[in-house]
Design a protein around this ligand. Sequence first.
Ligand code: HEM
Length: 391
Amino acid sequence: MATPPDTAAPTGPPLFPAGALRDHQRLAEMRASGAAHAVDFGGWEHGWLLTGYDATVGALVDPRLRGVPPQARAPQGGSGELLDEEDLFFLPDPQHERLRRLIGGRLTPRRVAELAPRIQHEIDTLLDGLPPGEPVDFVTEFAVPLPVAVLCELLGVPPDGRRYVGDYMLGWLAESGAGVPVTESAGVALAGYLTALIAERRARPRTDLISAMTSVGTDDDILSAVRLLLIAGHHPVTRLLGGGLEVLLRHRSLWTRLAAEPELSRTTVEELLRLITPAMLATRYSQAGAELNGEPLAEGTPVHCALVAANRDPGPFPAPDTFDPDRPAHPHLAFGLGHKHCLGAALARSQMRMVIDTMAARFPRMALTSTPAGAPDGHPFVVLDPTAAGE
Ligand code: HEM
């Protein structure tokens, strides 16, 4: 007789869907009830979710918790094998450290400062193209294209290649609703385009980041670095711009102050980074000897650090759900910490600050307006200058 199928429900930790990271109430309740929570994150191995500030800092700087899952794939040295975009985030330590040195040694505060006039040009050009008196979908018209343009400027993608590179990035980020999902062959084609660009810059270097990387890196490493920057440097900036403008326009008196006190945008950007935390999660995997709360962790166990919850821990950030650019300085974790700390933090801060300074000065009366039916979630609509309506 055939054995009947096993209908017993699997036991394990509760399912924690990724969307729940936006549920601040639920995260606050979890934080209040303990430092670490066993979760089934859906699609990952069962692991732990950290929601408090101290526990998150501890995990991010713990040398036995690394950003490499047990099944991480290393490119076979020199084979030119093309890794998936996702794999670039989870490289084994030696490759990861090499790429970090390659990027970090050249994406310096000085390079970011030198890029400022070109970022300003991109901001002005995008704003000049918007109708001042009509409702504008700020995310589609500004927050999506700006970081693409800035990354192309940084890397030195020539003007006739920007549309192509931008379409690929937006397609890869199809969840934003901005494009069609890219195919594997499109990824291979983009890698071909970038490989040719790297060869061109190696032969005739200019002032851009790709040229700077050719003096120290192999073609394979530069290609991985460029692809990593294109993926990592876009979506969180879009989220910060869209979410940040919405918060600012709900605080009218601050908008007026920003136009008069340019220094204020520095603390404003930090508070927006804390409150919005555009990259919500940083995951680590335990290596031999790792512990959590004094208990040993099996090797390869995921430890998910909910940066979005740590940044609203009432310990370091009293009244954490309140937007308060005047709050006493305390380091937030929006850019992560430790061996994977964001390599584009200076560029992201600079972009956001320049956008706020420019918009508050140019459009002191800018206001939110109603969002049309069918508009995507999280897309605030604005009128840049309500006095220009009906012109
Ligand atoms: C508001 C904007 C941004 C936010 C909130 C943000 C946040 C983060 C966070 C939290 C991480 C660490 C993830 C982890 O620990 O697992 C990270 C990594 C990274 N970010 Fe950003 N980022 C932003 C903008 C940028 C920009 C503009 C660039 C590039 C120009 C960039 C490049 C990178 C890279 C390359 C990494 C990977 C570092 C590594 O694997 O070691 N980011 N970012």
